[in-house]
Write a protein that binds this ligand. Sequence first.
Ligand SMILES: N[C@@H](CCC(=O)N[C@@H](CS)C(=O)NCC(=O)O)C(=O)O
Length: 203
Amino acid sequence: MLDLYAAPTTNGLRVKITLEECGLEYKLHRVDMSKQEHKTEEFLKLNPLGQTPVLVVEDLDGERLIICQSMAIMFYVCEEAGKFIPKDSRKRAEFWEPVMHAATELGPGYGAIPFIVRWEKESEHAKKMFLNRIRMHMQHCDNILAKRQYFAGNEVTLADFSALGIISRAKSTYPEMVEGFFNVNRWYQKISTRPAVQRGLNF
Ligand SMILES: N[C@@H](CCC(=O)N[C@@H](CS)C(=O)NCC(=O)O)C(=O)O
């Protein structure tokens, strides 16, 4: 039994998309972050950092595994399903680079913007700096996708889902982050037609 505690944020979306694409059965517990539900005593027992998403895996004998960190959850899910992680060592090398890029550059780059916008009047300069930074990383994605159909080659992998939560949120909240990147938008339009991706994005 899989229980996902998540909100429709960049990290929540990429995990939910991965669960849907892998076809694993799970129960979604929507965490209302505006009501600070991720800081309640009950939630802190799942993740002492008070952050979503969290996946709770319960075995038939009642043993519980609690996984925090969106990427760790995604790897667990893909490995359980035996899908979306290339086996061939050359393909794996191509796969790791965009996965790491999504985890360490796209995610934190996107995450900085809402804070900057909140304090917009005081930090116009910082907003520009972070926006330029995330656009530089979007350009990097665009260059990758100019050569390939998907992030790690011509097949869908976990690397696509890693970036998808971020790019989906960017498109709906701060379109200036993704505007003008032809290949990113072409990729997004194609991958968004996948029924599992649509279910994943539907919180
Ligand atoms: N590296 C973590 C980041 C988790 C994270 O920052 N989650 C956000 C929502 S996307 C959150 O819970 N923020 C509230 C907080 O940090 O207090 C992951 O990939 O899961």
